[in-house]
Write a protein of this length. Sequence first.
Lengths: 117, 413
Amino acid sequence: MQYLLMIYNNEAGTAAAPAEGVQKMNAAYLAYTEAMNKAGVVRGGNRLRPTSEATTVRVKDGKSQVLDGPYADTKEQLAGFFLIDVPDLDAAISWASKCPGASTGTMEVRPIWQMSA
Amino acid sequence: MIQDAARDAAEDIARRSYGKLVAYLSARTRDVAAAEDALAEAFAAALADWPANGIPQNPEAWLLAVARRKAIDVARRRRTGEEQAGHLQMIHDEVEAAAAGASDIPDERLALMFACAHPAIDAAIRAPLILQTVLGFDASTIASAFLIAPATMGQRLSRAKNKIREAGIPFRVPEREELPERLDAVLAAIYAAFAEGWTDPAGTEARRRNLAEEGIWLGRLVVSLMPDEPEALGLLALMLFAEARRAARRDANGEYVPLADQDTPAWGAVMIDQAEALLRHAGTMNTVGRYQLEAAVQSAHVVRRLTGAADWAAIEQLYDALHALTGSPVVAINRAVAVGETEGPAAGLAQLDALADDARLADYQPYWAARATLLARTGDTATAASAYDRAIGLESDPAVRRFLQARRSALEN
């Protein structure tokens, strides 16, 4: 099954981190990504730019409404994601718990909707 | 008459086989709801068929064969294309394999219970889910036992089953390293079912009383499938100790009788002996846990039937160990009560005073009842009376309320 692992973090905290901390975190993510690649489970993933650079779009009465900012103002913000393919939820939870983001914020694990052929 | 016999046979099989068949049918597809639907129809078909044609030689295999046809129908309705073909093939293969060795349908109820008590399932719905999938309780019976509206219970159950299916919750007994934590969730769900039944002391609500028996039945099932898990043994022992004292909690007039005043011949000796044996077996494995400690506390209480007195020194030590393990304020209250017995009421009160800052205890009846009892023993009648008032105001059981009121009036004499 495919799962999306969503990494939620406090952006302000990330932005204020000292250079040494950033370096350590980057190294941790590199090692994590490497481990997932070696296990052959990763199907995609990326880090996202902060929500200050987000734009929200919705169409109402045929007119686009474009707004500055993220969809929801939350304490922690979506900071990145991985798409993985593993046998079951336990395996997905296990990978989520190994993500460096799990120790600094919250991981959300969502199964991908299986489209019928 | 034949109809009755067939009905009884079907019900007997339902009782013994239901969970096994649900577990078997849903283990590969993760589709608990479809398995339940298919089995409901299979049992209905059995009730129609067996009175006319006799009970088949292997009723489980008969039910499985009918359920399989129904499951395929359900899968056809729900799925399409390649996915359906795979799904149907899986059901087909499994059922064929089972029919070949029909007398030996693998018992996957444990895997089913681990799926129901998975950490990704809301903790409050785990016990109802196990009662439904393993024992075949309908949502309205479970709802009335857990004092929840039937429609709400139905929605929560189907949401949980949907999550098992769509989120890919596995049907398996977890690996060694994560087993203790995961088993604890299964045991907690079983204990929650038992506790719902146990909280009906008058035994007037048949459904809730049954729930205590079903809890014990599930406890026995886990022990039979995992005979060397000390905490599973501990939980079964704990439930048996408690159940043995069920009748003794009320006198002939329906009045509350506290543990210390219970008539020991009214305790179920057979159940207590079983509990003691289970606890001894658990003890040989040298892994202490919450349920074993709580069962051991019960054992130290019921030793009164042999020695004439509860072993308060042991009870205090056991609550020390439990408190170190759980940090629970409820355990701390019980420990204070034990200290009140071993070192006197002033020492017990000092321990309760240490808890006074915990806001959770402000409306917790046992805290105030324990305080009142210890204060009464120190002779501080006025403070005891006001503690009794707090306890009386927080009690919902009328028999316990009358008991506390009687104790409070006795202060004045």
